[in-house]
Design a protein around this ligand. Structure first.
Ligand SMILES: Cc1cc2nc3c(=O)[nH]c(=O)nc-3n(C[C@H](O)[C@H](O)[C@H](O)COP(=O)(O)OP(=O)(O)OC[C@H]3O[C@@H](n4cnc5c(N)ncnc54)[C@H](O)[C@@H]3O)c2cc1C
Length: 235
């Protein structure tokens, strides 16, 4: 796959450990909502990040989490910051993965995100809205703390303006004021759907979450051929 040069247009802090990065590709890029790109630190050191934007957007948007002690993502973020401050290009390979939105499926959709796995479901959610999709869509976003729900306002608007769209945030360790769902995000799905038989399920987040969710959803009627996650290739 050809690597494409991109200018780092902006870096914005979404939370103390998550940055939004906007990239301007030097040439048109082709991908499907839900695919990822690889950031080329060197010609052989390439790191995957979900594309949060949709193919209709001019800029590529990334959400990069750098939790304390995570050298894998910190090195990627340092690379981006260096090229932003020196106004030089980074190289990316765009349009990877097998977990992209199946636009022609007639099945209702569950989007499951753990932490920064939200980037992946954001792309699909925005593409679905632009396509005037009329089937039910349930977007579950699980985080450890409420403060990590950095796009909650946008997602509430997404749900408020489409009667068939539903946004369900799930917090693992809530503040006393939290009135929403509590616990692990895949458990919230299991609690809400007695059978997952009819659903297409798209998921991204920690690999452990993807593995646990796939088995639990299959036990509750979900079909493996209707569950999509690039994490499955890694576990
Ligand atoms: C193809 C690909 C694309 C990637 N794209 C990105 C990207 O765009 N940005 C990025 O930062 N990283 C990316 N990564 C790396 C990796 O997926 C992230 O590091 C991971 O999603 C980070 O999760 P978190 O720390 O935000 O979640 P956490 O804060 O650890 O967890 C969030 C929620 O997930 C659920 N969860 C967590 N652990 C478990 C468990 N053991 N069992 C059940 N549920 C659990 C819980 O509901 C929890 O509240 C990518 C990796 C691959 C392979």
């Amino acid at each position: 796959m050809n690597a494409i040069a991109c200018r780092v247009v902006a870096i914005e802090s979404l939370t103390p450990v998550v940055n939004k990065v906007l990239l301007a590709p030097a040439e048109p890029v082709s991908f499907i909502a839900g695919q990822y790109l690889q950031l080329c630190l060197t010609p052989t050191d390439k790191r995957p990040f979900s594309i949060a934007s949709t193919p209709a957007d001019t800029l590529l948007e990334l959400h990069i989490g750098t939790p304390a002690g995570d050298s894998w993502s910190s090195a990627a973020m340092n690379h981006i910051q260096h090229h932003h401050s020196t106004n030089t290009s980074i190289m990316v390979e765009v349009g990877l993965g097998q977990a992209q939105w199946r636009q022609h499926s007639e099945r209702p959709i569950i989007l499951l995100a753990g932490g920064t796995g939200f980037s992946y479901v954001h792309s699909i959610a925005m593409a679905i809205a632009a396509a005037n999709y009329d089937k039910p869509v349930f977007l579950y976003w699980g985080v450890r703390h409420e403060e990590a729900l950095y796009y909650a306002t946008k997602l509430k608007q997404w749900a408020d303006t489409h009667s068939t769209f539903h946004f369900i945030p799930v917090v693992q360790e809530p503040n006393a004021s939290w009135t929403g769902k509590i616990g692990l995000v895949h458990q919230a799905v299991l609690d809400d759907f007695s059978s997952l038989d009819t659903y297409d399920i798209y998921m991204a987040g920690p690999f452990a979450m993807a593995g646990v969710a796939r088995e639990a959803f299959a036990a509750q009627g979900g079909h493996r051929e209707h569950m999509f996650a690039d994490a499955f290739a890694y576990i």
